[in-house]
Design a protein around this ligand. Structure first.
Ligand code: AMP
Ligand code: MG
Length: 326
């Protein structure tokens, strides 16, 4: 299959893409987490196209990508000391910080919320795209709403195709899982979404416990129970009995294991890593979900990981893929 809008992320093509952003177009581009679908964050019409292309409900706000702390300052009414410390320490990188927005950030970008989620990506391609376009770029993951986030350009092309003005191909993304989202509010730092930056790393740096956000899910819609899911029915493997019963009932049932292991008698097995390395498991998680669908499995049993460090983000995505609220 040839995609007419898929181009290697050369300097020249990044400049072309930046022009498209300036003109109100929509560009898919790699970040170090997953591929994003970006538009000028301050142009409501351009942002509306993102929602349209993704079929994303209008209550799900976008993350705005910046290329400097100064650019972030221009979008918010204030930055508290903790958020500033986090920016200085972890930007560029996979940390999104939610702050009170300025009036000129359009409501559609934040889905009507009075806050805006900001991140400075570490990917050179993403940074150049923001720099060349001289605008903050609003970008959710570049997949149809509810489906699995893409970690390579082909996955974007296959699911969004020609609806995007240009797709910059920068190869496979470094982390393969989305950013960690936090918000500071009245003396507490809240985790809105676990992600590629480990919560423990933030806690150690600030010497502060990061609290689970137990508030209204409307305030952080990544918390919707069903999200990030392939077409196959995803189940988290609790005991082998369940798996064997399913095999008797269903046509195509497969196993997704954390590490390479010989499982006799099963053809349908995917390994997420060679030896259980959690970074590798995160890196391959979404790919394995694309693969499950490509192979036409009806049901996929995923082995669980321990919910510490990156394991939190992995289990969060698995629970969402299986429709279990976290
Ligand atoms: P994504 O689809 O990966 O871009 O995820 C964007 C997610 O960031 C949303 O689903 C929310 O969880 C979070 N987010 C974005 N903007 C805000 C905001 N203003 N307040 C709270 N969470 C936000
Ligand atoms: Mg997404």
């Amino acid at each position: 299959m040839i995609y007419k809008n898929l181009f290697p992320a050369t300097e020249e093509n990044i400049r072309r893409a930046a022009e498209i952003i300036k003109e109100g177009g929509v560009v898919a581009f790699p970040t170090e987490t997953v591929y994003g679908l970006g538009a000028d964050a301050l142009n409501p019409k351009a942002v509306a196209r993102i929602y349209e292309i993704k079929n994303r409900p209008s209550f799900d706000p976008l993350i705005v990508h910046v290329c400097s702390i100064d650019m972030a300052r221009n979008l918010v009414s204030e930055i508290d000391d903790i958020s500033l410390k986090l920016m200085e320490r972890f930007w560029p990188g996979p940390l999104t910080i939610v702050l009170p927005k300025r009036n000129d950030v359009p409501d559609i970008t934040t889905a009507g919320l009075k806050t805006v989620a900001l991140r400075m990506p570490a990917s050179q391609i993403a940074l150049k795209l923001i720099e060349f376009s001289e605008r903050p770029i609003a970008a959710p993951s570049a997949n149809p709403f509810g489906y699995v986030s893409p970690t390579n350009a082909i996955q974007v092309a296959e699911t969004l195709g020609n609806r995007v003005d240009i797709i910059l191909d920068g190869g496979k993304t470094e982390f393969g899982i989305e950013s960690t989202v936090v918000m500071y509010h009245e003396g507490n730092l809240y985790l809105l979404r676990p992600g590629a930056l480990e919560v423990e790393t933030i806690e150690r740096y600030l010497n502060l416990k990061v609290l689970e956000f137990k508030g209204n899910p409307r305030l952080s819609p990544g918390r919707l129970p069903k999200h990030y899911s392939p077409k196959a029915d995803v189940r988290i493997l609790n005991d082998w009995e369940d798996y064997f019963k399913s095999k008797a009932v269903y046509g195509r049932v497969g196993l997704v294991l954390l590490k390479r292991k010989t499982v006799f008698g099963f053809k349908e097995v995917i390994y997420l890593s060679e030896d259980g390395d959690v970074k590798e498991i995160a890196y391959r998680l979404f790919d394995s979900m694309y693969k499950v669908d490509r192979m036409g499995w009806e049901k996929a049993f995923f082995q669980r990981v321990e919910e510490v460090g990156l394991g939190r983000a992995i289990m969060n995505r698995l629970k969402k893929a299986s429709g279990i609220a976290d």
